[in-house]
Design a protein around this ligand. Sequence first.
Ligand code: GLU
Length: 478
Amino acid sequence: MSVTTRIAPSPTGDPHVGTAYQALFNSIFAHQHGGKFIVRIEDTDRTRYNATSEGRILDMLDWLGIVPDASPRKEDDLGPYTQSQRAELHQKYAQQLLESGAAYRAFDTPEELEERRKAAEARKDSFLGYDRRDRNLSREESDRRAAAGEEFVIRLKAPLEGQTVIRDRLRGDVVFDNSILDDKVLLKRDGFPTYHLAAMVDDHLMGVTHVIRAEEWLSSTPIHQLILRGLGWDEPEWIHTPWLLSSGGKKYSKRRGDPSVEDFRKMGILPEALLNYLGMMGWSMPNGEELFSVADMQREFSWERVSLGGSTFDVTKLKWLNGRYLREVLSEEDVVARVRDYLNEFGSGLPTEDTAYFAKVVRLMTPRLEVLGDFADKTTYFWSDDFAVDEKAQKAIDAGKEHLPELAGRFGKLGEWNAAAIKQVFHDYAEEKGLKMGKVMPPVRAAAAGTMESPDLPEMLEALGQERVLGRLSRAAG
Ligand code: GLU
């Protein structure tokens, strides 16, 4: 079976999580079959066009490591992959639909349409689509008015009776009553196609065999089938994936404040973790494993394991999964490099030079890190003596201040400054005084870090260095 899939994002704003989701499933399915995955930018709606969005969508895919086989950055002979550059093709096929009678010209002005829409609303008419005024204009009249320069749109002549059946891979046969179909605009007054026409013409010319897209497009599919049939073309296989929901149960939506892919990147989510998490939305590994790579997913993927209920995108769980990538999947060196790249990209002001100290701090913090964005805030005391002491830490200092001078004295005498020697000091001191470690360590931790949320204490003190630790202990004791 030859397979070509596509995503067809519209460049209207921030790159959507839904686009990343579709890119993952489309690319996995195509590549599992040795096929082709393409990215087509659907920029024909000039009113919603956002100039930076196209580049950001393609950058997002780069960041995720999803590699299209064709895109506006990787043209081939079936391109261009930017839809606005294909307007002539769309016009040609709109014309063909007109000539075969599958479509017609409608000369309504926007004002007329608006007036009639309002009147229909006032009548509580349930169908607020086009009232088909010009559907039955004679061919001669239509040609004459067009030749006279009257502006028009080209509309689909949708059947008024009967039913349309869409065969969806995940849902079986979905039946639509034709009476609910609207005579959709295919070509606008400005000569630009609408989404419906452009998408179907391009899908066909680009050889798309499987249209894998979000459930919200299912209701447009009868229109798409009519366009394809009107042009004498075969339908692709239709696969409408389940909804992504936000934790409130509503559709996941950037507009309602759910994070975009760029937001996740800024948070310090790793691309691998985001893809893994998206892979768990509506799909699962046969062995139930939650941690899996794109390669694992590609090997095991099947539509049979997709469930239709709709999946809740839980940012807390994504962060937890991200933490697992830091601890269980990436090597220590890789984590160091990712933290450094992240800090450099988002400008933390921390010294990120390639030093053993930097690497050590990252290593110490990794068990306590879920997202890279937490690193700077959680490590202030590693970079400067000027750090805040939080309430809990202040309490610990107040409760155990009396131990600090003597411990500082013993630390000062250590010839070799390492975690084992530091640990021994704590031990000896606690034993001699008949105290539990739980009494001796907290004031030191609080004095050295200003927070109780810090890594293993002897290792942390070793990393900070003798001089710094002594300074901090005496400051807190003072
Ligand atoms: N341009 C549409 C979008 O923004 C594409 C829908 C489809 O996949 O057909 O999602």
